[in-house]
Write a protein that binds this ligand. Sequence first.
Ligand SMILES: [Zn+2]
Ligand SMILES: [Zn+2]
Ligand SMILES: [Zn+2]
Length: 163
Amino acid sequence: MLYYNNMTFLDPHHDHAHCTADLIARAERTCERRGSKLTGQRREILSSVAQSHSAVGAYDIIERMAEHGPRPAPITVYRALDFLLAHGLVHKIESRNAFVACSHSHEGQPAALLICETCGTVSELDAPEIFERITEKAKARKFSPAHTMIEMSGTCGSCARAA
Ligand SMILES: [Zn+2]
Ligand SMILES: [Zn+2]
Ligand SMILES: [Zn+2]
């Protein structure tokens, strides 16, 4: 991904329109490959989540959409989010019950989410070895893992510099 500094966190002054265009193009490719449809509504909800790199709750998504058009029903938004989650186009931040658009393609590979407590930016960290390690340890305890998520909160580089 082009717009990363420090390998993980986005420069606050990056060209965000580029991120959104990239994401929509990727969403179209992913859906086509999987034989599913990126309907107008799903695309709109994805763009709304992708408005920034911060976590956004379902009700904020509804508010964002209501600024430009009819207010969508919560069930519509939840269904579209389920679809986008299943296609790896958005991630759920469990600790905040919020969502963030996926910033890079990592099909099938989990990514750890780093959440800045100051600006709210969420970035993704590829660390397959950590996920493998946890899975191994869980299995060694006769645990059958289904889904692992790693969320880390802290301060991003730009906020640390600004402080
Ligand atoms: Zn961006
Ligand atoms: Zn992602
Ligand atoms: Zn920050």
